[in-house]
Structure formats: C-alpha cells, structure tokens
Design a protein around this ligand. Structure first.
Ligand SMILES: [Zn+2]
Length: 184
C-alpha cells in the first residue's frame, strides 16, 4: 500500500498520485481561500509536515504553495506573550478571555521531542484567537502535554498539546503617565 507523501495516510495501490485526496483538497483550499484564518491554519499544518516529506517534488510544490499564502496574507506580527502574569513596564487594562489551542499529534509523523521543545507553530493560532477578542497580548501562557493513546510497546503514541493563556490589553505605563494618569 502506497502512503501519502505528506500525511502518511495509506492511498490506493493503483493510485498514481503521491498524495491522498485529503491533502490534495487541503492544498487547494489553502491556495484558493480568501479567508486568512483558513489559509494560514492549513499552511501551518503543511509547514509542520514539510521537514518529514521525503519526496522532493511534493516537498517543493508544497513549499511553493506555503510561500504564496504567506505573500498573499503577510505573516502577522506576533503578540506579546508571557508565562507570567504581566509584562515589566506595562499595565493590563482589560482581561478579554481565556484562549486555548489544542492539537493532537502522533509520534509516527512528527519528531515528538522536537515538537515538545518548540511548540511555536501553535502560538500564532493562539495569537489569532486573542486578536479576534481585541487583545494585544497574552499572559499566563501554559503548554501542557497529555497522552491520548499509545501502543503496547510505547513506541507509537498520540499526544495532545494544549496551549492556553489569557488574552489581555496592555499598554506601556509611561504612555499613560504622559497622558496624566496615575498609578499606585
Ligand atoms: Zn495526505
């Protein structure tokens, strides 16, 4: 059984395509979507898959598609983020809401340790949620992993990554002092 060059899902033995219908559909959606959220979310997923793709032709095509999406929708400037409750020199003016991104990935498809050491691909999704709420920063960020399922040997497993934080509006304190407001 042949496997999809992108996601690794099995594809029909006689299928001359290297990529499964699901990935083909996702690629089409990514390159044609007028909705920035949809296009960028798919491009992030493909970006994660990219290092593990062995077929050079598929890899090249996919990288090209991702580049086009990034040109169309300029990558957004990341929000200010911290694991602590605030930023030095900034005051929190509004607590908007809690934002959460959950992602399940499996040890067969991504290098799990690399992923755990760098969860950044999910940060931009958290940013977009926060921006929708009108926030300009995220405080109290937490990254957690929990085992969803594993095989007997423990060699294969599915892990859920949960990234959460509180979307807030912050402003540098000195800006407000300029406008004559005071702080205790
Ligand atoms: Zn696929």
């Amino acid at each position: 059984m042949a496997k999809c060059a992108i996601c690794g899902d099995p594809i029909g033995f006689f299928d001359k395509n290297k990529v499964c219908p699901k990935c083909v559909e996702a690629y089409k959606t990514m390159t044609t979507a007028e909705n920035q959220d949809i296009a960028l979310t798919i491009s992030e997923q493909f970006q994660e898959a990219l290092p593990n793709i062995k077929d050079e032709q598929v890899k090249e095509l996919l990288a090209e598609g991702i580049k086009k999406v990034h040109e169309k929708f300029k990558p957004e400037k990341p929000l200010m983020r911290t694991t602590t409750g605030g930023f030095e020199g900034y005051a929190i003016y509004e607590y908007k809401d809690i934002v959460v991104v959950k992602e399940v990935f499996d040890s067969g498809k991504v290098q799990m340790l690399d992923r755990m050491q760098d969860a950044r691909p999910s940060f931009s999704k958290l940013d977009r949620q926060a921006k929708k709420l009108g926030a300009n920063a995220i405080v109290g960020m937490r990254i957690e992993y929990s085992l969803v399922v594993s095989d007997h040997s423990g060699m294969w497993c599915k892990v859920m990554e949960t990234i959460s934080g509180t979307a807030v509006v912050v402003e540098p304190i000195h800006e407000r002092i300029k406008y004559g407001e005071q702080y205790d």
